[in-house]
Write a protein that binds this ligand. Structure first.
Ligand SMILES: Nc1ncnc2c1ncn2[C@@H]1O[C@H](COP(=O)(O)OP(=O)(O)OP(=O)(O)O)[C@@H](O)[C@H]1O
Ligand SMILES: [Mg+2]
Length: 347
């Protein structure tokens, strides 16, 4: 177990800077998710922590050690890749203990370790099979087992569940949460799936083009997004944004509608009001009017896509039977609204 400190990390590939001056402190035992859209630098960050990629600038500390230029093997990290990268000619047990066999560990010790790890991952009955005879979820568990057996100080996961079907992802997600609860080892988990990040992590780091857009707990990211990027990235369906102008404690929409909020804005300042679909009520009267173009029924709730005078909006319409074509009035719960200035910073 160890804490991980990244100080002023930059990474350039030739002239292209993909990580810029990134600072991050991950507590010992934390589950940290690196979350962001494709190409924002998540895998590069993880590979630099693992030592598979050199940093251009900055320092990486794991526990008390500066590992910035240490060999991957000596960092005490173990990485699980999206492509499980199992050896097809080896059994599950041999795959799990591959690093031990390279290090020349006695056969009996290897078997003992394979059995210990297999028990944690429900692989015991599969130890003598080869990867070709396993399901995707079982293969992913073997890849996790191979990391577990090394007893690392820090686990590094790069989108480990993205090759699994939806049901299996949920199941493996729960297993990972349990594993972290049992081991209490620091885990750094790369994903572009906000649900995975929200459900697994105690610290979510949202990356935007190689910079931290916000780092915080799932609660903070959902309830107190620091900027428009995070506000739009966390939450599904995504937050609605309405352009307007500030007016003391109100946002004035282009048609003159004034929405009173808690945030204070200078008169005439260009702002955007952000409101989540779950914080808008469908009513017979309200400040925003529009026509439902599509209604998605999900069983426990439904979402109406509404063409309003202020652009398209999505609203949760759980207690209201709404059909496509309906004229709707929308009432945003302004106590839960967010306001962003012209630079995208939350007020
Ligand atoms: N070896 C390399 N040479 C040049 N550019 C690279 C190299 N590796 C990565 N990049 C660039 O760095 C950026 C970040 O890549 P990275 O793989 O870290 O993204 P990511 O956030 O993991 O994306 P994804 O979700 O698609 O896996 C991308 O623009 C990518 O093209
Ligand atoms: Mg990646």
């Amino acid at each position: 177990m160890a804490q991980v400190e990244l100080s002023n990390i930059s990474k350039r590939f030739g002239a292209v800077e993909v990580i810029s001056g990134l600072n991050l402190s991950i507590e010992d035992g934390a589950f940290c998710a690196l979350l962001g859209p494709s190409g924002c630098g998540k895998s590069t960050m993880l590979r630099m922590i693992a030592g598979l990629e050199e940093v251009t600038d900055g320092t990486i500390r794991i526990g008390t050690e500066d590992v910035t230029h240490a060999a991957p093997k000596s960092r005490g990290t173990a990485m699980v890749f999206q492509s499980y990268a199992l050896y097809p000619h080896l059994t599950v047990a041999e795959n799990i203990t591959f690093s031990m066999s390279l290090a020349g560990a006695p056969k009996a010790k290897q078997r003992e370790a394979a059995e210990r790890v297999a028990k944690m991952l429900q692989l015991t009955h599969l130890l003598d099979r080869r990867p070709a005879a396993l399901s995707g979820g079982q293969r992913q568990r073997v890849a996790i087992g191979r990391a577990l057996v090394r007893d690392p100080k820090v686990f590094l996961f790069d989108e480990p569940l993205s090759n699994l079907d939806a049901l299996l992802r949920v199941q493996m997600r729960l297993e990972l949460a349990k594993l972290h609860g049992d081991l209490k080892t620091t885990m750094i988990y790369v994903t572009h799936d906000q649900v995975e990040a929200m459900t697994l992590a105690d610290l979510i780091v949202v990356l935007d083009k190689g910079k931290i857009a916000q780092a915080g707990s799932p609660w903070e990211l959902y309830n107190r997004p620091a900027n428009r990027f995070v506000a739009g990235f966390i939450g599904s369906p995504a937050m609605n944004f309405l352009k307007g102008q500030g007016d003391g404690q109100g946002v004035v929409l282009p048609d003159g509608t004034r929405l009173a909020v808690a945030q204070h804005m200078a008169k005439g300042a260009p702002v955007e009001l952000g409101i989540r679909p779950e914080h808008v009520k469908v009513a017979t009267e309200g400040p925003i009017r529009g026509r439902a173009s599509v209604v998605e029924y999900l069983g426990n709730t439904s979402y109406a896509y509404v063409e309003t005078d202020h652009g398209p909006m999505v609203v949760e319409a759980d207690d209201q039977p709404v059909k496509a074509g309906d004229q709707l009035a929308l009432v945003p719960d302004l106590a839960k609204a967010h306001v962003f200035d012209a630079t995208g910073q939350a007020l």
